[in-house]
Design a protein around this ligand. Structure first.
Ligand SMILES: CC(C)(COP(=O)(O)OP(=O)(O)OC[C@H]1O[C@@H](n2cnc3c(N)ncnc32)[C@H](O)[C@@H]1OP(=O)(O)O)[C@@H](O)C(=O)NCCC(=O)NCCSC(=O)C[C@](C)(O)C(=O)O
Ligand SMILES: [Mg+2]
Length: 351
């Protein structure tokens, strides 16, 4: 047997560690805003970021130079104390260095021991399989016990290798600490030997072309989404495990339209949120990952038309039944979550 028994799955992994969560906290996580914590100027803006983003993340991994890893870790711990995260309702996460790096142990132990009360989620990069989650799980449990934490820290894995992709279901199910998974399109592209230098989004060469025209006129063709399979598979793995899927980074900071489209495709396929690398991506994520007011109104009409969620009804010529009731509930529940945080959208949803 390679799995834990059902009873043992939810037992703490260290004496004195908090009980693992059986259900994830219901939180709005439309965007995970990445902050480089070693930069004093950017760190100073953390309270401002906490007002705007649903989640603020102290990034310790890629994009932090190797000679700034200690400064970034110290900056992350400072960030933990800069905001009363729980009172504000903004998530505080950190992306640590990978398990095979010389920084992982210090990253995790300092974060848990010095900032564990504030830290909601540790983001683990380059996760290859469930064994990576199991190792980190045990290590964090020991540290939680030492720090006297009452609330368990959750894990978020990044899908960045072909092996991680092949084992995404096992990763999603590896521990009750699993909160979600994000796509890491740059590392994943490199590991798969995809021929692109872009971080997410489409590619001008990845297209579908119409059949030849009889008159020899130019054939219509259109760009396709090279991430469709990956995102859809990640969503299935996550939702099977009762956790959330997230898009990830969109690297062309200057192309706001393409960023919005990539985020929207991920939203429609089931993702709960995305990353923002630059302040201008926060507003895009907010727009895309908050349901459209007209969709919300229609969803609520479906719920009203079938109060007990069964039967069949017609709305504007469209058939509604038990299944569309569930679709409507997804949108309506998300709208409630958004409305609780955003008075403008609350007004738009109830108008
Ligand atoms: C892209 C960069 C260099 C452009 O930074 P910039 O300074 O050139 O941009 P700017 O437009 O000139 O900045 C305007 C203002 O915004 C500020 N600013 C700018 N960014 C932020 C930020 N994030 N948070 C808060 N403030 C920010 C910046 O400091 C400036 O402030 P100022 O007007 O007062 O001077 C910068 O935005 C940045 O460092 N972003 C984070 C990058 C990052 O975390 N990358 C790693 C995640 S993606 C990844 O790892 C891949 C993955 C998953 O692993 C895989 O696919 O494999
Ligand atoms: Mg990466």
């Amino acid at each position: 047997m390679s799995q834990k028994t059902p009873r043992n799955f939810f037992k703490p992994l260290a004496i004195g560690a908090p009980d693992p969560m059986r259900e994830l906290p219901v939180r709005l996580e439309r965007m995970i805003h990445f902050v480089p914590p070693h930069l004093d100027k950017v760190r100073a803006k953390v309270p401002q970021m906490a007002d705007q983003a649903d989640v603020v993340l102290a990034n310790l991994e890629d994009a932090i130079p190797s000679d700034a890893k200690d400064a970034a870790r110290a900056g992350a711990i400072e960030m933990a104390g800069m905001v009363d995260w729980q009172a504000k309702g903004t998530g505080f996460w950190s992306r640590v260095n990978p398990l095979n790096s010389p920084w992982f142990q210090d990253d995790v132990s300092e974060l848990v021991l010095k900032a564990g009360h504030q830290l909601d989620v540790i983001m683990l990069p380059k996760v290859e399989g469930p064994w990576d989650i199991h190792f980190a799980d045990q290590f964090v449990a020991q540290l939680e016990a030492k720090a006297g934490l009452k609330r368990p820290i959750l894990f978020h894995a990044i899908l960045e290798t072909a092996q991680g992709m092949a084992l995404v279901e096992d990763i999603a199910l590896a521990s009750p600490r699993m909160q979600g998974i994000s796509l890491g399109p740059a590392d994943l592209a490199a590991d798969r030997k995809m021929k692109t230098t872009r971080v997410g989004g489409g590619h001008p060469f990845y297209r579908v072309i119409d059949d030849p025209n009889e008159d020899g006129s130019p054939r219509a063709n259109a760009q396709q989404d090279p991430w469709h399979y990956t995102i859809a598979r990640m969503v299935d793995a996550c939702r099977m495990a009762g956790i959330n899927a997230f898009y990830g980074p969109f690297g062309d900071i200057s192309d706001l339209d393409a960023c919005e489209q990539q985020f929207r495709n991920a939203f429609l396929l089931g993702c709960a949120g995305t990353w923002s690398l630059h302040p201008n991506q926060i507003a895009i994520a907010k727009k895309v990952f908050s349901p459209d007011p007209n969709e919300v109104k229609f969803a609520r009409r479906i719920l009203e038309a079938m109060p007990d969620g069964t039967g069949v009804a017609m709305l504007d010529g469209k058939m509604q039944d038990d299944a569309t009731w569930k679709q409507a509930k997804v949108i309506s529940d998300l709208a409630d979550l958004v409305a609780a945080k955003d008075p403008d959208l609350a007004a738009a949803y109830s108008a």
